[in-house]
Design a protein around this ligand. Structure first.
Ligand code: SIN
Ligand code: CO
Length: 388
């Protein structure tokens, strides 16, 4: 490589400074890039002890991947015996850290040029000197943000690589020619598009923050369709009144196949499917933490009027459609839809922005619908009382 190869290199602190428009046009989903100094004076918002604490929780997705004299081991969380799991050269990886640690939010913020619905989660790893999870290919875009320590990242071009499984839970690939081979220091970022092999070897004990994306495949889209049909919407049935005589009863007409496909296309083109898609796009897999003592609409209204503030729980990212271009006006939170009237738009936009919310945010008083939505969100644990 080389860091000299301008094709794959940006230094955010020099003349080639990071530009989101250029990035989206020339790199996103197209080619990897190392962005040196993306975060100037980077300070880790979390450390390996915090990560180890999360890895002990049963609702947190964590694992330790270690290499002991050439043999790979994987310990799936919750981890109870760190001494055993952390033998050899090891990496502790924790998914969805943004949902548990509000302090990591500033790491996601600069990537908001990609819409929230594409963002999956923030995975954080701690790896010891000499460790790494091996060369592999991911199906999703990722920004690898280097925290403390130093890591050598190599990234190669997509190709038909030989897959190896040195452990049932590890899918690695054999040997690739790197187009990027760089040592990352705190604040540097490597962007890797789906399908590009990569390998991070730890030079000095490192924290790596992986801003990971999602891209639904047809199977997932079909699940949204099934969800809609399950609710009884648009479950059309084939009809064929006025059929023409055909030469053989065994013959399948192309027009019948076209009609069957059209039946499905009509369901896909319905507004019900749009709603189902939007619900799936807002699904974050955040477990509901319903309040033990549910709050009433009256309580929330009174608190709001008294100047109390509310904010989304860590990692909650609401989606909003403003009623334009045929998309129904509604807020979506973790798979649930909250429709609202045009007159409520300003309040719902503040809610969706994730900002701290109080009675002074908009000029008009909040409506019943808005306060009712806020009450539901608080009761589901998606919004909470904000500290002043
Ligand atoms: C890691 O943090 O070690 C793995 C990140 C990745 O390669 O996707
Ligand atoms: Co990866």
């Amino acid at each position: 490589m080389s860091t000299n190869d301008k094709t794959y290199f940006i230094d955010a602190q020099t003349g080639t400074s990071f530009n989101t428009e250029i990035f989206l046009k020339h790199y996103w989903q197209q080619k990897p890039v190392i962005i040196k100094n993306f975060f100037p004076n980077f300070a880790d918002p979390i450390d390996e002890n915090d990560l180890a604490g999360l890895a002990q929780e049963s609702d947190v997705d964590a694992r330790i991947i270690s290499n002991r004299q050439g043999n790979w081991h994987v310990e799936q969380g919750p981890i109870s015996d760190f001494e055993e799991a952390c033998r050899g050269k090891w990496t502790l990886l924790v998914q969805g850290v943004d949902k548990y640690v509000p302090d990591v939010a500033p790491i996601l913020a600069p990537f908001s040029f990609v819409p929230d619905w594409r963002l999956d989660d923030l995975m954080v790893s701690f790896s010891t000197t000499g460790a790494g999870v091996g060369a592999h290919i991911d199906q999703y875009d990722v920004f690898l943000v280097q925290g403390k320590g130093k890591r050598r990242w190599r990234v190669g071009k997509p190709a038909d690589y030989k897959e190896v499984c040195p452990h049932p839970k590890l899918r690695q690939i054999e040997g690739f020619e790197p187009v990027i081979d760089v040592t990352c220091e705190p604040g540097d970022v490597v962007y890797v598009p789906p399908g590009w092999p990569h390998d991070g070897a730890t030079i000095e004990d490192s924290l790596t923050y992986s801003v990971g994306y999602r891209a639904p495949d047809n199977l997932q889209l079909a699940e949204s369709l099934a969800m809609m049909l399950d609710k009884g919407a648009r479950n059309y049935r084939f009809t064929d009144a006025g059929r023409a005589i055909q030469s053989s009863s065994a013959l399948v007409n192309a027009s019948d196949i076209a009609a069957l496909k059209q039946q499905l296309i009509d369901a896909i083109n319905s507004e019900d499917f749009t709603l189902s898609l939007l619900e799936a796009m807002s699904e974050q897999g955040v477990p509901e933490f319903p309040l033990e003592d549910e709050v009433t609409l009256e309580q929330i209204s009174n608190e709001f009027a008294a100047g109390i503030s509310f904010a989304p729980a860590p990692g909650i990212r609401a989606l909003i459609c403003d009623g334009k271009r045929g998309l129904p006006r509604a807020l979506y939170v973790n798979g649930s839809q909250f429709a609202f009237a045009k007159s409520d738009q300003e309040w719902f936009e503040v809610l969706a922005s994730g900002a701290v919310l109080n009675a002074t945010c908009c000029q008009d008083a909040p409506s019943f619908t808005f306060l009712e939505t806020l009450t539901t969100l608080v009761n589901n644990g998606y919004w909470e009382w904000a500290e002043d």
